[in-house]
Ligand binder design. Structure first.
Ligand SMILES: [Fe+2]
Length: 186
């Protein structure tokens, strides 16, 4: 599946505009991280773009989130990509069998929560613009546990399992998100 087909499929399943924007932000982060790590950028980008494709259908049921996505995407992405999407939600009992899924899963979890932190930080800036967000603000908001409670700091720190320091990972993620600021309305 190419990127155009993937985006069409995403929009067919996901009608929630805020979630589509979240997926675009995670895609941008995944592509940038893949470039830093020398991984397959196209596959990592598609994983970011499609990871929440089942949100409208099962968003309220954490035991099915990721598993329903697996059904929708079966045969459309390589196995390790499907496994990373299913495994990014740690509440559905899914266990990957392909070793290549492991790094991709850590990257996706970290990118998912980095996107949440970056967008929440942008929204508390006086201008509500991403361009105003500095790396220092992100690190401060990361440490402030009562800020954006939906951002799971432990999941974000899975970037360290890829050999990337939190600070460097967030710098890459912030730059990548800035590149799609217009698409995501920030
Ligand atoms: Fe997500």
């Amino acid at each position: 599946m190419d990127r155009g087909e993937a985006f069409e499929l995403l929009k067919k399943h996901l009608k929630n505009d805020r979630m589509v924007k979240h997926c675009l932000a995670v895609e941008a982060i995944m592509r940038a991280v893949a470039r830093v790590l020398g991984e397959e950028e196209e596959t990592w980008g598609l994983v970011g773009l499609l990871h929440d494709i089942d949100y409208d259908e099962v968003g309220q049921d954490p035991s099915r989130h990721g598993l329903k996505a697996l059904e929708i995407l079966e045969g459309k992405l390589p196995l390790h990509a499907l496994e990373a999407i299913a495994g990014h939600n740690e509440h559905n009992g899914f266990k990957a069998i392909n070793p290549a899924a492991e790094r991709l899963t850590h990257a996706l979890r970290a990118a998912d929560h980095a996107s949440g932190l970056i967008i929440a930080t942008a929204l508390v800036m006086p201008s509500k613009k991403l361009a105003e967000v500095k790396l220092e603000s992100l690190l401060r908001k990361f440490r402030q546990k009562d800020f954006a409670r939906g951002v799971d700091r432990d999941r974000l720190k899975e970037c360290e399992l890829l050999g990337l320091k939190l600070e460097d990972f967030l710098a890459t993620a912030l730059e990548a998100t800035n590149q799609v600021a217009e698409c995501i309305g920030l």
